[in-house]
Design a protein around this ligand. Sequence first.
Ligand SMILES: Nc1nc2c(c(=O)[nH]1)N[C@H]1C(S)=C(S)[C@@H](COP(=O)(O)O)O[C@H]1N2
Ligand SMILES: [Mo]
Length: 309
Amino acid sequence: MEKFSNNFKYSEITKPKYYFNRRSFLAGSAAFFLTSGNGFSTDIDLKYKKDDNSENLKLNSFEDITTYNNFYEFGTGKKDPSKYAKKLTTDPWSIEVSGFVKKPGNYPLDDILKKVNLEERIYSLRCVEGWSMIIPWIGFQLSDFLKIVEPTSNAKYVSFETLYRPDEMFGQKYNILKWPYTEGLTLNEAMHPLTILSTGLYGKTIPKQNGAPIRLVVPWKYGFKSIKSIVKIKLTDKQPVCSWNLQNPGEYGFYSNVNPEVDHPRWSQATERPIGQGLFSMRKPTKLFNGYEKDVAYLYKGIDLRKNY
Ligand SMILES: Nc1nc2c(c(=O)[nH]1)N[C@H]1C(S)=C(S)[C@@H](COP(=O)(O)O)O[C@H]1N2
Ligand SMILES: [Mo]
């Protein structure tokens, strides 16, 4: 077993045979591992095959990933979530599932974790603001959970909602966004094998500032689609209301796929600033679908991504 290798090539986080994990965590031990409040480190078997000479990038440090965050429920500064999210109560936790499903109801997180396979996924997270990080998530495919709740044939979209608890999330007392934070995907996007619900990172229980105890990660979309601290999932036949889209539809679309050719009205999306890649690191070109084009482009056949940004 190898410890995390900290150096690997960008191409390696974009190829299925590398981003799918080499080792799944057993469901039983995983439930223990993720519900133990403090979280503990575990060695994860990562053998990155180096097969080309493209860009060298580092996995972002635990420090970078947990102290440079967007989680407006805890303030708008990048350091605010790491300072203020400690207050959040994450245990017990359950997800209420409703809408077009055969098995609606309240799903305690501990029960969900007994039924899914946790694995590691190393993804690049590209924020719409123009920065990016490479994060070793622990999680399971959203599709695995959707199979448990059984969407009916009417289901076309999936909507997600973050916890609303202003006493613990002081940001919800300010009208920056319409709370609770909501997001949505098409059912096909939600069922895609790259789409995960994450409950950990760096082999530990996910820190509160990163969306404990469970958050979405959709690596080919801008970071704001990856909604944190989810308490509700609803299967719908209409496009769900999404917080940022609602706030400013001219700047944030429903799809929000990473796209270097569609600029934000106030800045270019052609390049991005990798966080924590050293003193002399420069902006690098942003890739269509954040580098996952081969895997996801088929989802958007016939859709004009300039109009449907
Ligand atoms: N509930 C909620 N989810 C959220 C946000 C938020 O403010 N509230 N910010 C989003 C944005 S803009 C980004 S870039 C990512 C950041 O995830 P990270 O802090 O784990 O890197 O979370 C997304 N999920
Ligand atoms: Mo973001």
